[in-house]
Design a binder for this molecule. Structure first.
Ligand SMILES: [Cu+2]
Length: 127
């Protein structure tokens, strides 16, 4: 038996083993995991962390209907308000305080920190 056919045989055995594994995982638990993964992004929590004078992620893309939560992980206070100053505005957030807003309408929302206006970020809301 040549080296080539031996490795081909090994590949066949590996493929057979993989399909056995796939069969074993076709269980209710695996199906529940698949169903959980299929939940649309709108239901997933979206979080923006404030740290070191930075919003992260700086640009967050979410589906309409998503609630976005900003959490202040900095050791100084920050606020969040949209640039049009008419969509959302938080109170002053101390360390570990958070602010949530549900984005119902699609669009690009630019926001900044009222205490440090050079701190800016964007939430892009898709339909
Ligand atoms: Cu700030």
């Amino acid at each position: 038996m040549s080296t080539l056919s031996t490795s081909a045989h090994r590949r066949l055995v590996a493929a057979a083993a993989l399909s056995l594994v796939a069969f074993a995982f076709d269980s209710p638990i695996a199906m529940a995991a698949e169903a959980a993964a299929a939940i649309p992004a709108a239901a997933a929590p979206a979080e923006i962390s404030i740290d070191n004078f930075t919003f992260g992620p700086n640009v967050l893309t979410v589906k309409a209907g998503t609630t976005v939560r900003w959490v202040n992980r900095d050791d100084i206070p920050h606020t969040i308000l949209d640039k049009q100053r008419k969509v959302f505005r938080s109170k002053v957030l101390d360390t570990d305080d958070s602010f949530s807003f549900t984005f119902a309408a699609p669009g690009t929302y630019e926001y900044f920190c009222g205490l440090h206006p050079h701190m800016t970020g964007q939430v892009v809301v898709t339909p």
